[in-house]
Design a protein around this ligand. Sequence first.
Ligand SMILES: [Zn+2]
Length: 210
Amino acid sequence: MMKVRDNLPQRRTNPTKTPTGSNWSQHKPDLRVDFHKHCAYCGSYDGFSHTYFEVDHFVPKSLFTKTGNISLCQYSNLVYSCKFCNNIKLSKWPSNDETVPNINNMGFVDPCTTDYDTHLYRTKNGSISWVTDLGKWMVEVGFKFDERDYAVKLLWELNQLRKAIEILTLEAKKYHPNSENYNNILNKSREYSEQYFLYRNELDEYYKIM
Ligand SMILES: [Zn+2]
C-alpha cells in the first residue's frame, strides 16, 4: 500500500527562530523544510500555488489556551498544512483533553509519527483511504478527504508527473544531445509535460468554481 506522504515529516529539535506570543508563523520556513514542502495531512505539494500553506496547531489553539499547558509557538505542536486541511480540521478535538489526540476512533494522529500511516493510505488512483476506524473518521470528518477526492487525486497526479519530469531532466544530462538515449528521454519528458499541463489547467478550473 502506498503512503499518503512520500516522506515522513520530522520536526527539528532546535528551530531557527524563537518567536513568542502569536508570532508562530515565524516557524513556517523551518516547518516547510521539516515537512519536505508537502502538506502533512493530505500530502499535496506546496509548489503548485493552488492554495496558501499555513501553520496548523495540532492541538487546537482554542483548546490549550484554556489550560495554558502548550505555548502558541511551541514547535512540537506545529504542522505545515495546506489551507484546505487546516480549515477543515479547525478546532476539532473530540477528546477535549490536549494530551489525548483521539478517543473512541475519533480524533487525530500526529502526522510526524509513523502511526499516521497505519490509519490511512493512498490508493493507486491517488485518493486517500482508511485502514482503521480512526482513519475513516479522519477521511470523512477530520479532513473530509472523501469530499475533496477530485482535488486530492489531481494534486497527487500532478506531483507524480512533477517528480517524473525532474528525474528525466537529471537523466538527460548523462547523455549527448545527439544520442538516441537523449532523444528518448526528451520525448518521454514532453509526453509527461503535456499531461502535466492538462492536469494543471484542470486544477485551475476546479479552484475557479470553488
Ligand atoms: Zn492538505
